[in-house]
Write a protein that binds this ligand. Structure first.
Ligand code: PEP
Length: 257
């Protein structure tokens, strides 16, 4: 049984006081220490604020992005070793907002995945189709293309599931239009089958999170699906009570890994 994970992507939101409030609310909820694993992705400027409170607890944190070089003349960029230096264990890679707004190609996503792995971070790699791609029947093709780009990195350092996949249909992100549990399960099973083509043992181990308008009232049905190993939560992760409730839902499902 794979463990379950709940991750909060704060995107470009929050100031120091907000980070303190949100982090403290999760710590106060005293979730079971390993079930679920809860990870916060604050903006870079708030990583230290989260870390100051969460260090020593079971709560984890990570960066929303990284650059593929470790240091040098890359004004405005942040590297994997810098994130590690701030206690990050995870980093988001290839979020659809980065793919769309910042033109991150599959090749760039792969370079970032490798940079994260070299820095000792676990990349949470986002894949997902747009509304138009779904409506024109291209969903599986798009997912296969995005997965083919990152699969060479999977298991690169042994038989560990060294990365996490987040299935985030773009039409469901920030829109309130959640994929139905059946739609999400179908996509997750497909993604797992793509991993299985490369490595059947790792396909059973790799976590595949669902993202796209996850809320406390739909998390239970989504997380109960066989191939859905938790959620990447955007908007709802900025509301302490709602996010804690989503974590509680995951806790009740209680997959210990
Ligand atoms: C996200 O941006 O990763 C996301 C899933 O956002 P939301 O939950 O707001 O749809």
């Amino acid at each position: 049984m794979r463990p379950i994970m709940v991750a909060g992507n704060w995107k470009m939101n929050g100031l120091h006081a907000d980070a303190q409030h949100l982090t403290q609310a999760i710590l106060d909820a005293a979730l079971a220490p390993t079930v679920p694993e809860v990870v916060l992705f604050p903006p870079f400027t708030l990583i230290a604020s989260v870390a100051a409170l969460a260090r020593g607890s079971s709560l984890r944190w990570g960066g929303q992005n990284l650059f593929w070089e470790n240091h040098g003349p890359y004004t405005g960029e942040i590297s994997g070793p810098m994130l590690r230096d701030h206690g990050c264990r995870y980093v988001l890679v290839g979020h659809s907002e980065r793919r769309q707004i910042f033109q991150e190609s599959d090749e760039i996503v792969f370079r970032k995945v490798m940079a994260a792995l070299h820095a000792g971070l676990t990349p949470v790699v986002c894949v997902g189709e747009s509304e138009q791609e779904r409506e024109s029947g291209q969903t599986w093709e798009v997912l296969e293309r995005q997965m083919t780009a990152i699969l060479p990195a999977l298991g690169a350092n042994g038989q560990q599931a060294n990365l996490i996949i987040a299935y985030e249909p773009i039409w469901a992100i920030g829109t309130g239009k959640t994929a139905s549990p059946a739609q999400a399960q179908e996509a997750h099973a497909y993604l797992r089958s793509l991993v299985a083509r490369k490595n059947p043992a790792l396909a059973q181990k790799v976590l595949i999170l669902y993202g796209g308008s996850v809320k406390a009232n739909n998390a239970g049905a989504l997380f109960a699906e066989e191939d859905i190993d938790g959620g990447l939560v955007g908007g709802a992760s900025l509301q302490a009570g709602e996010f804690v409730q989503i974590c509680r839902v995951a806790e009740q499902i209680g997959r210990g890994g």
